[in-house]
Write a protein that binds this ligand. Structure first.
Ligand code: 5RP
Length: 218
């Protein structure tokens, strides 16, 4: 089974975690897109969705799923989204698609965060995947210099603008042994909007699509 087939498998399995008659949060990326396809088959069972990106909002609408602005909803029952890496504590690296800030906001609001991924995303130590950091454009060089001082190798994702009008720095060479501490430290650099470590608010459940079915970690 290739990784796309595993993503489709896990996306379908996530339907079990959808809470009926509520508004759910929906993430961004190829695995989340497979989830939206699956969600469309049970769309009459939910009240609607909050999207973590403009692309996801468009995709939800194209399937006839009502999309709500976050400021107009009181609560989100469950947030379903992919990840670039996860460790066994369900600390994640996210933001490969550049939607990390809105993803982190929707995850923060949600009662439960169900992460869906193919089994290649489970790692012992986070950091093989370059850590995305969203920065205010005028602070890009300053933030990059601060990241170099911390031992990272930041690469500007040139030509990419986030939904919030900002830039992304992808930080290579990090061996992330203390994700919660690093998440806090990075967010303290002036000019950083947020970073792609989801450790202070990790996933609650990780579903991994594999050749043998779907493995559940919680
Ligand atoms: C987007 C994300 C995605 O969840 C992450 O990049 C995984 O993507 P995919 O499901 O395509 O492998 O964080 O900002």
């Amino acid at each position: 089974m290739n990784s796309d087939e595993k993503k489709q498998r896990v996306a379908k399995a996530a339907l079990e975690y959808v809470v009926e008659d509520t508004i759910i949060g929906v993430g961004t990326g190829s695995t989340a897109n497979y989830f939206i396809n699956a969600l469309a088959t049970i769309k009459h069972k939910i009240n609607g969705a909050v999207a973590s990106s403009n692309a996801t909002a468009e995709r939800l609408k194209s399937h006839g799923i009502p999309v709500f602005e976050l400021n107009s909803v009181d609560e989100i029952s469950v947030y379903i989204d992919g990840a670039d890496e996860s460790n066994k504590y369900l600390h994640l690296i996210k933001g490969g698609g550049g939607a990390l800030t809105r993803e982190k906001i929707v995850a923060a609001v949600s009662q439960r965060f169900v992460c869906i991924a193919d089994d290649s995303k489970l790692v012992d130590v986070l950091g093989q995947f370059p850590l995305p950091i969203e920065v205010i454009p005028m602070a890009r060089s300053y933030v990059a210099r601060e990241l170099v001082k911390m031992g990272g190798k930041p690469i500007w994702r040139e030509g990419f603008i986030t939904d919030n009008g900002n830039f992304i720095l992808d930080v290579h060479n990090l061996e992330i042994l203390a994700p919660v501490e690093l998440e806090v430290r990075l967010n303290k650099i002036t000019g950083v909007v947020t970073n792609g470590l989801f450790a202070s608010r990790p996933a609650d459940v990780l579903l991994l699509g594999s050749d043998n079915g779907v493995k559940v970690l919680d």
